[in-house]
Design a protein around this ligand. Structure first.
Ligand code: XMP
Length: 547
């Protein structure tokens, strides 16, 4: 029986809301483990008897883009949950419970979206413990509950929504029309704490340390004396997975780090050195020429991704063949990937084929082990830090698998790659040394460690205020003048964005002074470039990468 099986947990049933993952994050912040499952799959083993295991302490019904009044709206058999464990309904969830219990849900006159002031009926109500009589909440709904379900008691209202929160005490049901999980609901975290810890009685003992301890002992048991192979990318997920596995099985973990020639300047050497310092059993494979050859003559972005992915699989596979008796392939899959591939809507339409090495497990005929598959990204970072991985590695910007291959627009050549590497190096090194007051980005993990006080102001490297940054080599040349000579050379675009998960992104308002310095340095030092631009497009409608 695994640790996660035994541990107290909350189940979140996803009815398709954009913010379901945020509910999960908020519950985890209370040190309570939770899982998100699609509404239409009864998530427990004993699905025939529909019993709920004793480690499930509560269930949360999420919001949804649907109206409960639609014929095709998502539905569950409410009797599978209600009365068996405490249930919290949020927005659609609250309406669904109301409609199923004899209440009424009708279209609102106008869609209510934004901040509202909630007034609590009784300050002694357990779900509102430590919540003031009035506070700000966030509403986003087109329907309203116009009649409460049988046995329900109204517990809070706003000026425009009378039935903003209700409970059915005899069935341990709580229901909110507003969204407690979003930042704009001032006491949302307190309300969720009251549900999870007060009403469901969770102790809150899911911590980074307990996760590491339990995962290491689970891995020891699962892997026994087997040999395991893992592909390192230089990124956060594969690095943390490697260190965790290394703690469990030591040198029986064989890491392979491939130099595809599409990494940043000096990155292969630097990161390989760091991996060795971390005590990992790692082989570096130099294969830049093979990748360049595979890319030759291809200018279509998806074609380039496929060529890079296929070459990676070939190189990795032939290196892995040298490790005799390996039974497992370890991967740095994290929880959002798991949710995504098992989601209500199905895996979201692939705009770009991101899973570059999707075919690897099938080809290698190995069993898969994924030690991080229950963690959100920030939890992966915290785990990495607790395992002693350096902050610089943990708070690195995301970097795409095909690397600079999709940042040299059009056909990739050695000449263009070398130009891009130099320009990129100048941009990134300057981001690391330029100090700013801009707030830390969501991946600027433990940004306070890099903060310094200058003239009474808290400042940090601009790098830590950016979610992702990079340079792009445009496939056009333009005229310039250098000294007395006319030039006809390439343009470099700089890109820097803030984001939470890469799904949406805003360009960063980088100080002009910084842009001037970087532009000067690139044009003066990088042969082949005579123009630098800054990309001021948000996603959507643009994407972060240009290809
Ligand atoms: P886009 O360009 O789609 O990028 O806005 C969103 C995030 O995904 C990264 N990205 C990739 N990552 N393989 C990867 O591993 C890919 O083919 C790929 N394409 C984009 C991108 O860097 C950004 O963080």
């Amino acid at each position: 029986m695994s640790y996660i099986c035994d541990m107290e947990k909350i189940i979140i049933l996803d009815f398709g809301s954009q913010v379901t993952q945020v509910i999960g994050r908020r519950v985890r912040e209370l040190n309570v483990y939770c899982e998100i499952h699609p509404f239409n799959k009864f998530p427990f083993e004993d699905s025939l008897k529909k019993t709920i295991p004793s480690d499930i302490k509560g269930v949360i019904f999420s919001g949804s883009p649907f109206s409960v009044r639609d014929e095709n709206s998502p539905k569950v058999n409410i009797g599978d949950y209600v009365g068996k464990v405490p249930v919290l309904g949020i927005c659609y969830g609250a309406q669904f419970i109301a409609q199923n219990g004899g209440g009424m849900v009708e279209a609102s006159q106008t869609r209510e979206y934004g901040r509202a002031e909630l007034t609590v009926a009784d300050e002694n109500e357990p779900i509102f413990r430590d919540v003031p009589k009035t506070s700000q909440v966030w509403m986003s709904h087109g329907d309203s509950i116009t009649r409460l379900p049988e046995g329900a008691e109204l517990i809070a209202s706003t000026s425009s929504v009378r039935n903003a929160a209700y409970k059915i005490a005899s069935k341990y049901i709580y229901a909110f029309q507003f969204h407690p999980e979003v930042f704009h609901t001032q006491y949302g975290g307190t309300m969720l704490r009251n549900f999870v810890k007060g009403i469901c009685g969770c102790k809150g003992d899911w911590t980074t340390e307990s996760f590491i301890e339990a995962t290491v002992s689970e891995l020891k048991e699962k892997l026994g004396e087997d040999e395991v192979i893992l592909g390192l990318s230089g990124g956060v997920d594969s690095s943390v997975a490697a260190v965790l596995l290394n703690k469990a099985i030591g040198s029986r973990l064989h890491c392979i780090f491939v130099d595809n020639g599409l990494l940043r300047k000096n990155e292969f050497e630097d990161v390989l050195e760091q991996y060795k310092d971390m005590g990992l059993n790692v082989v570096g494979v130099r294969a830049a020429d093979r990748f360049l050859e595979a890319l030759s003559g291809i200018s279509d972005p998806e074609g380039k991704r496929k060529a890079i992915g296929k070459t990676f699989i070939d190189v990795f596979d032939s290196e892995a063949q040298k490790i005799t008796g390996a039974k497992w392939l370890a991967q740095g899959t994290i929880y959002p990937d798991v949710i995504e591939s098992n989601s209500v809507k199905g895996p979201s339409a692939t705009i770009k084929s991101h899973h570059n090495v999707g075919g690897l497990p099938e080809k290698m005929n190995l069993k898969i082990v994924e030690p991080l598959r229950s963690l959100f990204k920030d939890e992966v970072r915290r785990t990495g830090r607790a395992l002693g991985i350096k902050r610089e590695l943990i708070s690195r910007h995301p970097f795409p698998g095909p690397g600079l291959g999709i940042r040299v627009l059009g056909e990739v050549t050695k000449e263009k790659l070398d130009i891009l590497k130099e320009a990129d190096h100048i941009f990134i090194s300057n981001l690391r040394t330029y100090m700013t007051e801009l707030p830390p980005a969501s991946n600027g993990f433990a940004a306070e460690e890099s903060e310094v006080v200058i003239n009474g102001k808290k400042m940090r490297p601009l790098y830590d205020s950016i979610w992702q940054a990079g340079t792009i080599l445009l496939p056009v040349r333009s005229v310039g003048v250098m000294g007395d000579e006319r030039t006809y050379e390439y343009t470099i675009a700089l890109r820097a964005v803030v984001s939470n998960d890469g799904m949406t992104a805003d360009w960063v308002h980088i100080p002009y002074e910084f842009l001037a310095k970087v532009s000067n340095e690139i044009i003066n030092k990088v042969k082949g470039v005579n123009r630098v631009c800054y990309d001021i497009s948000s996603k959507p409608p643009a994407t972060i990468e240009w290809e």
